[in-house]
Design a protein around this ligand. Structure first.
Ligand code: BYC
Length: 472
C-alpha cells in the first residue's frame, strides 16, 4: 500500500486506477492545475532543472527521492499515510466509534468548508511567493523556495482529492474554485487574511515559512485527529512535508540574524545597514507583523464553530490522543486571554468554545522555542539584544483584540499612542524599501548575498557550491 504508483498519470497510493469516476474527475482537473501553475506559479524558472525531492513512498524510511526536475513535470500526486487498523474516533460525541471511511451526511457541509479553507491556503502561498525567484540570495535558497512551492501544490492536490472523492459535484465545483480565487485579489480573494498579504522580499518569505507555515502545522495536526479517516491520513502525510517548510523559515531568519551579528561585531557598530545587513530592530518589526497576521489564523478566542468541529469529531486538539481527559470537554474550562473593558485579563471559559485559543497557545509556545534559538545566535556573538514575540493582542484583526490597539509588550494603547509609535513596531515603507534594495539575485553556485549567512549544511548532504538550480 505504501508504494506509490508512478506508472499512472497521477501518482498515487490510493488505488486510483480502480476508481474510474474519480480518476476521470482528477484527470480533468489536472490540466487546469497545470494552467494555474504556469500562470501563477514561480515566475521565470519553469523550464529550469531544479534539485527537488519527490515523494516515493509514505513510510518513514525513504519517502523522498532527490533529483533534477523541471517544476511543471514534478510528480504531483495523492499520498495518504498508512491506515491504522481499527482506528476509532478519539473525541467528541462520536468518541469510541469506528473512524468514518466516508463523509457522514449530516456533517457534509461543515467538513467541506474545513477542507476548502485548508485547500485554499496552498495555492495562495504559491501565488504570494511567485516573484521571489528573481531576487534569490543563493541557488540553495532558490531551490528551497521551489521545494516549498511544489509541495504546497501537492497539498492542494491532497485537498482536491478529498473533495473529488467524497463530495460529488459540490466537491468538483470547489476544486475548480480553488484555482480561481487569487491571493490579494479584491474581487476573488483567498479565504483567510494572511493569504492575501504580500510576500515582497525574502525576509518576509522566511518569516512566512516560520510563522504562517507553523499555523499549517497546528491546523493540519488538528485535522489529522479527524474522525473522517481519509482527511486524517492525508494530513498526516502533509505534516511530514510541512516540517521542511518550517526549517526553511527558521534557518532562513537565523542566517539573517547571524549575518547581522557578524557585521555588528566586525564593524563594532549597530548600524549594519551601512554594511548591507539587516539590523535586528528591523527583524523584530517583521516578527511583529508576521506573528500577528498568523495569530489571526486561529480564529476567535471563543468560537462556537470550533466547539462544533470538535463535538462532531471533525477537528481535534493538537496531540489529542496524548491528552489525559475525557476528550468530550463538556464540563471543563480553559483560561482565555481576552478583554475586560479596557483591561487585558485571563478568564476561564468553557473548554469547548476555547479550542481556538488552546491551539493558539500551543502555537505560541512553539514559536517561542524558535525565537529562543535565534536569541542563542545573538548571545553567541555577545550582543545585548533580545528578539521577542509580540503580545497576542498586538495588531489583531480577528477576535476580541480586533477592537483595540495593543502594543507589542501587551498594553492597551490610545489611538494617539498607536499613531505615534506604530512605526517603531511594524515595518515602515522605508524599512521595506531598504530590505527591497538588498534583494539582488545571486545565482553563482556557492555564492551568498551579503545580508544572509550561508546554511550550516547542504540539501541531502550536497557541498556548498552545488548547482541546486541549473540556470544555463
Ligand atoms: N481570516 O469562530 P471563528 C496552511 C472567519 S495554514 C479570514 O472566529 P473558526 C498553510 C471564519 O472562517 C492552515 N476569516 O473561527 C500555511 C468564520 O467564517 P464563517 C490553514 C477568518 O471558524 C502556509 C468567521 O471568521 N488551515 O496550511 O473557529 C502555506 C468566524 O470564525 C479568519 C485551516 O485554517 C481569518 N484569519 O476558525 C500554505 C484549517 N479567522 O464560517 C499553507 C481549516 C476566522 O462564519 N480552518 N475567520 O464564514 C479552520 O479550522 C477554521 O476555519 C479557522 C477559523 C481556524 C481558520
Amino acid at each position: 500500500m505504501a508504494a506509490i504508483d508512478y506508472v499512472e498519470r497521477i501518482p498515487n497510493n490510493v488505488g486510483l486506477a480502480e476508481n474510474r469516476r474519480l480518476l476521470r474527475a482528477l484527470e480533468e482537473w489536472q490540466p487546469k492545475f497545470l494552467e494555474w501553475w504556469h500562470d501563477m506559479g514561480p515566475e521565470g524558472f519553469q523550464t529550469k532543472d531544479v534539485y527537488l525531492r519527490t515523494a516515493t513512498s509514505v513510510d518513514a524510511k525513504g519517502w523522498a527521492q532527490f533529483g533534477y526536475v523541471r517544476m511543471p513535470e514534478y510528480r504531483w500526486g495523492i499520498f495518504l499515510a498508512e491506515p491504522e487498523p481499527g482506528r476509532q474516533i478519539n473525541f467528541g460525541d462520536h468518541q469510541g466509534q469506528p473512524a468514518w471511511p466516508e463523509v457522514p451526511g449530516e456533517y457534509r457541509g461543515t467538513l467541506r468548508r474545513l477542507i476548502v479553507t485548508q485547500g485554499d491556503t496552498e495555492p495562495a502561498s504559491v501565488e504570494q511567493q511567485r516573484h521571489l525567484g528573481r531576487t534569490c540570495p543563493s541557488l540553495y535558497d532558490l531551490r528551497n523556495l521551489f521545494q516549498v512551492n511544489v509541495e504546497e501544490g501537492r497539498h492542494l492536490w491532497a485537498m482536491v482529492y478529498l473533495l473529488d472523492a467524497h463530495f460529488g459535484r459540490d466537491g468538483r465545483e470547489e476544486s475548480e474554485a480553488l484555482l480561481q480565487r487569487r491571493s490579494g485579489d479584491r474581487d476573488k480573494p483567498r479565504i483567510l487574511g494572511a493569504f492575501n498579504e504580500r510576500t515582497p522580499d525574502w525576509l518576509s518569505f522566511y518569516m512566512f515559512c516560520f510563522f504562517t507555515d507553523r499555523d499549517g502545522k497546528y491546523q493540519l495536526a488538528s485535522l489529522a485527529e479527524s474522525g473522517f479517516d481519509p482527511l486524517s491520513r492525508t494530513c498526516r502525510f502533509m505534516l511530514t512535508e510541512e516540517a521542511h517548510h518550517m526549517f526553511v523559515g527558521e534557518s532562513g531568519v537565523g542566517r539573517i540574524v547571524q549575518r547581522a551579528c557578524e557585521v555588528m561585531r566586525e564593524h563594532r557598530s549597530d548600524d549594519v545597514r551601512k554594511h548591507g545587513a539587516i539590523d535586528l530592530p528591523t527583524i523584530q518589526k517583521y516578527i511583529n507583523f508576521h506573528c500577528s497576521v498568523s495569530l489571526d489564523l486561529f480564529g476567535s478566542e471563543v468560537s462556537t464553530n470550533a466547539a462544533n468541529f470538535y463535538t462532531m469529531g471533525l477537528k481535534g486538539r493538537f496531540e489529542e490522543t496524548k491528552k489525559k481527559d475525557d476528550h468530550r470537554l463538556k464540563d471543563g474550562t480553559y483560561p482565555v486571554t481576552t478583554l475586560d473593558g479596557d483591561r487585558i485579563v485571563s478568564r476561564e471559559e468553557a473548554a469547548l468554545v476555547s479550542l481556538n485559543e488552546r491551539l493558539r497557545d500551543d502555537y505560541i509556545a512553539d514559536c517561542q522555542r524558535g525565537v529562543n534559538r535565534w536569541n542563542e545566535i545573538v548571545k553567541s556573538h555577545s550582543i545585548d539584544f533580545t528578539l521577542a514575540l509580540p503580545h497576542r493582542g498586538f495588531r489583531r484583526a480577528i477576535g476580541a483584540f480586533a477592537e483595540v490597539k495593543v502594543s507589542p509588550d501587551g498594553r492597551i494603547v490610545s489611538e494617539a499612542e498607536w499613531d505615534a509609535r506604530h512605526r517603531d513596531w511594524l515595518p515602515t515603507g522605508e524599512d521595506a524599501a531598504y530590505v527591497g534594495s538588498l534583494m539582488q539575485p545571486v545565482t553563482e553556485p556557492g555564492r551568498m548575498a551579503g545580508w544572509i549567512a550561508p546554511p550550516a549544511r547542504g540539501i541531502n548532504g550536497q557541498p556548498g557550491d552545488f548547482e541546486y538550480v541549473r540556470l544555463g
